[in-house]
Ligand binder design. Structure first.
Ligand code: ADP
Length: 437
């Protein structure tokens, strides 16, 4: 489309350059050779005449456009007669019948003329033009085919992924992201979505399990409270001993209910980021001893709590949060310890860090469950055991609180030997030790 315009600009530049080169070198001795080269290289015809039309130099002996052309001759003569300094004119070359351009300049007594054809006459250029069209069409076709091929390769898996994602959105269990493609990103995407689908179905399963557990946990104490209240009212109202037993069971069951509801409320509060940490200094040894006092009642059932640390340390934490962490971990240790009923609490100091360990002698936790126990509603033993108090929320509450504090935490466990739940906190004023009194 732009070939002719481009060619015209190119030719005009060639003419201007030629004339200015001639002007520069007109006084050179071997101007003849110089101008021949110029004419050849720039593909223009040159003629230099003086004002008496005496030809000073001409390359019209070559098959130059304009040779013997009366039209061009007249244009030049008109210019020489005029007072103009420059000539730039498009004209029709009668000899070749094509459009041409003449460029002229007047220097004192000399006139320099250069002219050239404005139409690419060369057959090869015409051929090239045609070839350009063929090449363009071929490239266009090829690029269409290639892009169609790639689009299919990319679009098809994306369509299949989005179809499966819709299924997943509708909570369908059989959403499977199969991706038969070599495109790495799409493979990654379908793998990630498969993982997400797996996680979703796991969460769903856990949620259902939790609901079953919670409703069972809520229902049993309520039934018991109802039954024992009726018994205290109707049967044992004048038997002091029996009445007190009934009332104690009612209080116990109410406590159990309270614990469950509190756990659910606390977790939802932490998850909704409603709770704010109130960091304060805590003397950790005192703190643990106070918590252990709450478990003293278990000593009557033969439980033994080993906490023999001599030194204490000041750590910075949210009191309520930390209490909950230690309480839940000790509570779990009691629930899951071995037949020797031992629970040990230990410190491990390393420079500025204090690791607090809660150790039991129970069945231990298998490697594959070590990550899962921190999940909400997860319980290794799915069968509900009434003697084990728990909601499956204890460790997820611990995890949320420890992560809020940015404390490291983990589980070391040996099957049939026992489990150690630990978390690491920073010691404040490391040098300052509090001697035991
Ligand atoms: P739960 O109320 O069921 O104790 P948790 O969140 O506290 O809920 O614990 C989740 C699960 O992790 C428990 O059901 C139990 O299977 C396992 N677990 C927790 N602590 C221990 C432990 N000290 N030893 C063995 N298993 C444990």
């Amino acid at each position: 489309m732009f070939f002719n315009t481009y060619y015209k600009i190119n030719r005009t530049n060639a003419l201007e350059q030629t004339v200015s080169q001639i002007e520069k070198n007109i006084k050179e001795k071997n101007y003849d050779k110089l101008f021949n080269d110029l004419s050849m290289n720039n593909e223009v015809c040159i003629q230099i005449v003086d004002k008496n039309k005496l030809v000073y130099y001409s390359d019209y002996y070559k098959s130059c456009a304009g040779k013997d052309d009366t039209g061009l001759k007249n244009i030049k003569e008109d210019f020489m007669k005029s007072d103009e300094k420059y000539l730039k004119l498009e004209f029709i070359n009668n000899m070749y019948n094509n459009k041409s351009l003449v460029y002229g300049k007047k220097l004192d007594n000399i006139y320099i003329f250069a002219n050239t054809s404005l139409e690419p006459m060369d057959k090869s250029i015409q051929l090239l033009k045609k070839q350009f069209i063929y090449v363009a069409i071929t490239v266009l076709l090829l690029s269409f085919i290639i892009s169609y091929y790639f689009a299919r390769r990319i679009a098809e898996p994306i369509l299949s992924i989005s179809k499966e994602a819709k299924k997943l959105g509708n909570k369908s269990k059989d959403a499977k992201f199969v991706c038969n493609t070599e495109v790495y990103e799409l493979k990654e995407l379908s793998n990630t979505l498969n993982e997400a689908a797996k996680e979703l179905s796991k969460t769903d399963e856990l949620r259902r399990e939790f609901l079953a557990n919670v409703s069972h946990d809520l229902k049993t104490p309520l039934t018991m409270i109802e039954a024992y209240a009726a018994s205290a009212r109707d049967l044992n109202y004048n038997n002091k001993k029996k009445r007190e037993r009934d009332l104690n069971i009612i209080i116990d069951e109410a406590e159990r209910l309270n614990m469950l509801v509190n756990d659910i409320l606390l977790l939802s509060k932490i998850e909704n980021e409603e709770s704010k940490l109130e960091i304060e200094d805590i003397d950790i040894k005192d703190f643990i001893n106070t918590i252990l006092e709450r478990f003293a009642i278990y000593k009557n059932d033969g439980y033994e709590f080993i906490f023999n640390e001599k030194d204490t340390y000041i750590i910075e934490a949210d009191k309520k949060g930390l209490e909950r962490v230690i309480y839940n971990l000790i509570n779990n240790a009691i629930n899951y310890t071995g037949s020797d009923k031992k629970v040990e609490i230990k410190f491990e100091k390393n420079r500025n860090n204090l690791t607090i360990k809660i150790i039991d002698t129970g069945k231990g936790i298998e490697e594959k469950n070590k990550k899962l126990v921190w999940n909400k509603y997860f319980r290794i033993n799915k069968r509900h055991r009434r003697e084990v108090r728990g909601t499956g929320l204890g460790l997820s509450i611990v995890k949320e609180i420890l992560e809020e504090h940015k404390f490291e935490y983990g589980i070391d466990s040996k099957i049939n030997k026992g489990t150690c739940f630990w978390f690491k906190c920073k010691i404040k004023n490391n040098n300052k030790k509090f001697p035991i009194l």
